[in-house]
Design a protein around this ligand. Structure first.
Ligand code: AMP
Ligand code: MG
Length: 324
């Protein structure tokens, strides 16, 4: 069966014992993250599913729109704008947040893109990048410790090759990452997002997770804080898994100043008038914050050592495939 046929017949392939083991590991991953974040003083909130606007920074994917009483509403591509609202009430929050992104058809080839996926999305008022990066490192290490201890049988052979990473994780700036890429024969133009193949290539030459920080303003969305010391560069970060598994996390410090945000929206080609409630909220005032989202299916793929992300979710949705 080709990928498309096997995904359309999920009611057959889902009976495979290998998948049942993956879903048991995934259950432990989510439990472990919840326990870890509760221990760090976080409150879990319910994620929004639809709203007038959603995250525009989704790298060539289209947003899904529904008719909401005659008004077009978006299905969340990420809850970033809402995280900036909730931290006015709760300083440390997270949600298991479902996202829809109509990814380009070619993303089937990356083996790490779904069109419906979930993030553990967290945000901390007044935090720095370093603080949430440290939290992310400890969280990933704890999840791996817990899964290795509790899912030995389900992980099978992967239990041996999956090691608890050494902290602190290595850090490259975006600029340094382009140098690493050049060294392995991949040239990426400064100012652009790192393409899927290059992301996989740099991941492939690492045996431990690592960070890429300080992307150029032109590569990312308006809500990341631009560095005061280093204009043109953002206070943001991605965590990249080793062994070719690619991006795990994106996050950063958030811009919270109304004027700056409007200017950044204009620079990134967004129409501020589309962001009614969000800009009204900024005029009232919100605290600065930092946070990140970690894709649950990608984390499962990495932990279980799966070739394809569609085996890391019970009911996969892959670009262009009309599966259940
Ligand atoms: P982003 O804000 O676009 O970086 O998304 C946050 C995280 O969600 C990423 O680091 C991935 O772990 C995950 N993610 C993003 N897009 C997808 C996708 N199409 N399929 C599965 N996971 C995704
Ligand atoms: Mg990202």
């Amino acid at each position: 069966m080709d990928i498309s046929e096997s995904l359309k017949k999920r009611y057959l392939t889902i009976q495979n014992n290998r998948l049942a083991n993956v879903f048991k590991v995934q259950d432990e991953i989510v439990s472990s993250i919840r326990a870890f974040l509760k221990g760090e003083g976080f409150t879990e909130i319910l994620a929004p599913i639809i709203g007038p606007v959603t995250d525009p920074g989704i790298r060539g994917a289209r947003q899904a729109t529904i008719d909401y009483y005659g008004v077009p509403f978006k299905v969340m591509s990420s809850m970033i704008l809402y995280k900036q609202m909730i931290i006015t009430a709760l300083p440390k929050v997270f949600a298991l947040s479902p996202n829809i992104r109509l990814e380009p058809l070619e993303t089937v080839r990356t083996r790490r893109h779904l069109t419906e996926f979930r993030q553990i999305d967290l945000e901390v008022a007044y935090a720095t990048c370093d603080e949430v990066m440290d939290l992310g490192e400890r969280m990933l290490c704890q999840v791996i410790v817990d899964v290795k201890a509790k899912c030995h049988k389900e992980l099978g052979e992967r239990c041996k090759t999956l090691r608890v990473p050494t902290r602190p994780f290595k850090r490259y700036t975006y600029k340094e990452a382009l140098e690493v890429l050049k060294g392995i024969g991949m040239s990426v133009k400064y100012g652009e997002e790192i393409p899927w193949e290059a992301e996989e290539a740099i991941s492939n030459v690492h045996a431990e997770p690592f960070w890429i920080t300080n992307y150029p303003v032109t590569a990312r969305s308006f809500y990341y804080m631009e560095s005061e010391k280093n204009p043109g560069v953002l206070e943001d970060f991605d965590l990249i898994y080793p062994e070719g598994f690619g991006e795990a996390v994106s996050g950063g410090r958030r811009e919270n100043r109304y004027e700056k945000l409007v200017e950044r929206m204009r620079r990134s080609g967004e129409d501020p008038s589309q962001y009614g409630w969000y800009l009204d909220m900024l005029k009232v005032g919100i605290p600065p914050s930092a946070g990140f989202g970690i894709g649950v299916e990608r984390l499962t793929r990495f932990i279980c050592g799966l070739e394809n992300i569609w085996d890391a979710v019970p009911f996969p949705k892959v670009a262009g495939v009309l599966s259940p």
